[in-house]
Design a protein around this ligand. Structure first.
Ligand code: DAH
Length: 339
């Protein structure tokens, strides 16, 4: 019995020592210490041992079991460490390799232009106000002196939600909201998206952006309008920029004008960019129509004001010399990356 035990023990230890994989250790554990393992079968044959011998043999079996277990445990740790070292060797990270560049986004040219416009006007003490994109016909048209059947309603091909509600065709309705709020004086710009049922081409899109401007106070004159917008043009397009006002018509302003800036490409001499004229049309403007004041609850005898509306895409296209508006909406990162 002793010899048998000794043999089992030696055989087990030899096998453990020779094993190179963790799974193999587990097989050995089962083969020797498991329910049907060799050591266990020795225990089962204890009944054949004489009663005096039994404690002795029992102790030997236990010792053998402990020894095998300890050896198993030790080898397990060793093999695990070896496996880890092997893995570490395979997974070396070369910290000197150049890192992959994260693909971060870019400001949209519209946004760059808007930030610029906001910087200029906020610097002059204007507040930035937002209005709804879905608007009452009344605010988009009627309160801006564009009554039913007015041709301007056709000019700005309108998307109707129902007969009273439209997708705003201009940011001008924000003027009416501001005046109605009753807080005077007003000095605000209002950027936002507008909608017109236009076909897409190089200069048109059914959805684009405007920045509205409105100043209302006592004694505001056309000279204030001119001075303010001339300053804006210089800040946007360079100190040398000159402005020119051409008479125009907008229903909600009287008098109305369009403002041109001297071509910042050729300085006004005339080039391909300004189509040889030396001037580039930039915005619409005018003095708030007394009728609009009345409809929005402001006394035109006491207050005067000026307003203006700029196409944001137009500014972005001009400033960055982009010749097709569609590029602004395709979100091709190769294009956007340049701004
Ligand atoms: N709302 C006009 C348009 O979409 C632009 C405009 C012109 C706005 C003159 C104004 C203004 O505030 O005074 O064509």
């Amino acid at each position: 019995m002793r010899e048998q035990l000794e043999k089992i023990k030696e055989e087990a230890l030899k096998q453990i020592e020779a094993s190179e994989a963790l799974e193999k250790l587990n097989d050995i554990r089962v083969a020797y210490l498991g329910k049907k393992g060799e050591l266990t079968s020795v225990l089962k044959s204890m009944k054949d041992v004489s009663p005096e011998e039994r404690p002795k043999v029992g102790q030997m079996v236990n010792e053998a079991r402990e020894l095998i277990e300890a050896k198993l445990e030790e080898t397990k740790t060793l093999l695990a460490r070896k496996a880890r070292e092997q893995q570490m060797k395979q997974e070396v990270i070369d910290v000197t390799l150049p890192a992959k560049k994260a693909n971060i986004g870019h400001s949209h040219p519209n946004n760059v232009a808007l930030k610029e416009v906001e910087r200029v006007f906020v610097g002059m003490g204007y507040e930035v106000v937002e209005g709804p994109e879905i608007e009452y016909d009344e605010y988009n048209f009627t309160k801006l002196n564009i009554p039913a059947n007015h041709p301007a309603k056709d000019e700005q091909d309108t998307f109707y939600v129902n007969k009273d509600i439209v997708l705003r065709t201009q940011t001008s309705p924000v003027q009416a909201h501001m005046m109605e709020s009753g807080k005077l004086p007003i000095r605000m710009i209002s950027p936002g998206r507008v909608f017109r049922s236009d076909e897409v081409d190089a200069t048109h899109s059914p959805s684009f952006h405007q920045v509205e401007g409105l100043v209302v106070d006592k004694n505001i004159t056309f000279a204030d309008l001119k001075g303010t917008l001339a300053e804006f043009a210089k800040e946007m397009f360079g100190e040398e920029t000159k402005v020119k006002f051409r008479p125009h018509h907008f229903p909600f302003t009287e008098p109305s004008a369009e403002m041109d800036v001297s071509c910042f490409k050729c300085g006004g001499k005339g080039c391909r960019f300004c189509k040889g004229s030396g001037w580039i049309e930039i915005l619409g403007c005018g003095m708030v129509h007394p009728h609009v004041f009345e409809m929005c609850g402001i006394d035109p005898e006491q207050y005067t004001g000026f307003a203006f509306g700029v196409g944001l895409e137009r500014i972005a296209l001009l400033k960055y010399e982009i010749d097709d508006m569609r590029l602004l909406y395709e979100n091709d990162i190769r294009f956007l990356k340049q701004f």
